[in-house]
Design a protein around this ligand. Structure first.
Ligand SMILES: NC(=O)c1ccc[n+]([C@@H]2O[C@H](COP(=O)([O-])OP(=O)(O)OC[C@H]3O[C@@H](n4cnc5c(N)ncnc54)[C@H](OP(=O)(O)O)[C@@H]3O)[C@@H](O)[C@H]2O)c1
Length: 308
C-alpha cells in the first residue's frame, strides 16, 4: 500500500514510518523543520503544510492509497501561543486532507486527543460521550474530528490518543526525554499528583494507526490508550525506577492542581478512555505501562550524564 504520512519527523510520525516499513508499505513522509535522519523513510518531502496548495499538490502527485495525518501543533501551550498556526495545522489541514481522501477514495487516518474531554469524570470516557474541551488544543481537535467526518465519513477514522511515551527523532519531544534533560541540567521537574493519564507509546499507537490504514471497515471516532491509569508524578517515578536512577540522581517534586490553580483551569484532571469496541477488533493490543517503559531509551543528549 502507498501511504502518505504527514508529520513523519514527529514522535508519532517517525513511529508510523517504522510500523509501516515492518508491515511492508511504501511511505511518502513529510517533514517541516526537522533536518536530521528519520529511520526507514525513503521518500521524504520537506513541506509547509499550512500552505494548502503545496499540500494538495503533494498528495495528488503521489496518489496514495491511504493518508495518515500526524502533523500538528501537538503541545497545548503552543496552541495558546500561536493560535492561528495551530488552527491551520490542527483544523484546516485535516479538513483539507479529508476532502483529498474523498476525492481519491483513499483511506484517511487522523489523530485527535483525549483532551476533547474536560477530565471531570470519575470513570472512563466512551467514544460517544459528549466532548467538552477546556483548552484551545482540545477545541481544535474536536473541530478537526467534525471536519474530517463531514468531508470523508466513508473513508476516515479519527483516533483519540492519550499522553504518549516514546523515543522522538529530535530526542526532546516525549516525557522521559524531558525528564532526562531536566535531570542532566541539574533541575528538579515538578509533577502533578492529582492529574491522571493512561499513556501508551508512540510505537504502540503507530502500529494501531497503520493497522487502521489497512482496515477500511473502522470509521468515525475511536479511542486508543494504554491499560494503566497513573498520575503524572507516578509516571515519572516509574520512569526513574525503570532506568535504575535514585531520587538523589534524579529528583522529582510533587505539585497539585490546587497549588497551580491558574494552569489547572486549562488542564483536564483525569482522562481515562474506554477502548471498546476498537481494542477487541484489532491485532494490535493496548499495552501495559510496564511494556511501554521497556521500549524507552536513554536520550542521546543525556547519555554522558546517565553513564557518568
Ligand atoms: N504527543 C502526545 O502526547 C500526543 C497525545 C495525544 C495526541 N497527540 C496527537 O498526535 C499527533 C502527532 O503528535 P506528535 O506528538 O507526534 O507531534 P510532534 O512530535 O510535535 O510532531 C509534529 C509534526 O508536525 C510537523 N509540522 C509542524 N508544523 C508543520 C508545518 N507548518 N508544516 C508541515 N509539518 C509541520 C512537524 O514537522 P517538523 O518537526 O519537521 O517541523 C512534526 O513532524 C498530533 O495530532 C497530536 O495532537 C499527541
Amino acid at each position: 500500500m502507498k501511504l502518505f504520512l504527514t508529520g513523519a519527523s514527529g514522535l508519532v510520525g517517525a513511529a508510523c514510518v517504522r510500523a509501516a516499513a515492518r508491515r511492508g508499505h511504501q511511505v511518502i513522509g513529510t517533514c517541516h523543520r526537522h533536518t536530521g535522519p528519520i529511520e526507514g523513510l525513503r521518500t521524504r518531502l520537506t513541506l509547509d503544510l499550512t500552505d494548502p496548495a503545496a499540500a494538495t499538490a503533494a498528495v495528488l502527485e503521489h496518489f496514495p492509497d491511504a493518508i495518515v495525518n500526524c502533523a500538528a501543533v501537538s503541545v497545548p501551550d503552543e496552541c495558546d501561543r500561536q493560535p492561528a498556526l495551530a488552527q491551520a495545522l490542527n483544523v484546516d489541514l485535516p479538513a483539507q486532507l479529508a476532502r483529498l481522501a474523498h476525492h481519491l477514495s483513499a483511506r484517511l487516518v487522523h489523530i485527535s486527543s483525549e483532551q476533547v474531554f474536560p477530565g471531570t469524570s470519575a470513570g472512563a470516557y466512551a467514544a460517544g460521550d459528549p466532548a467538552d474541551p477546556i483548552n484551545l488544543y482540545g477545541r481544535q481537535k474536536l473541530a478537526s474530528e467534525q471536519a474530517v467526518t463531514a468531508a470523508a465519513a466513508e473513508f476516515a477514522v479519527t483516533v483519540r490518543a492519550p499522553l504518549l511515551l516514546g523515543n522522538s527523532p529530535g530526542g526532546g519531544r516525549s516525557l522521559h526525554e524531558r525528564l532526562f534533560a531536566d535531570w542532566a541540567a541539574g533541575r528538579t521537574p515538578r509533577l502533578f499528583t492529582d492529574e491522571f493519564r493512561q499513556p501508551c507509546t508512540a510505537d504502540n499507537l503507530a502500529e494501531m494507526l497503520v493497522e487502521l490504514a489497512e482496515r477500511r471497515d473502522v470509521r468515525g471516532v475511536v479511542h486508543w490508550a494504554g491499560t494503566d491509569l497513573v498520575s503524572r508524578l507516578e509516571l515519572a517515578e516509574r520512569v526513574r525506577a525503570h532506568f535504575r536512577l535514585t531520587p538523589q540522581q534524579a529528583p522529582l517534586a510533587a505539585t497539585t492542581r490546587a497549588d497551580q490553580a491558574d494552569a489547572a483551569r486549562r488542564r483536564p484532571a483525569r482522562l481515562e478512555l474506554d477502548l471498546r469496541p476498537l481494542a477487541g477488533k484489532l491485532r494490535t493490543r493496548p499495552e501495559s505501562l510496564e511494556t511501554a517503559l521497556g521500549e524507552l531509551q536513554v536520550p542521546a543528549a543525556s547519555r554522558a550524564w546517565y553513564l557518568g
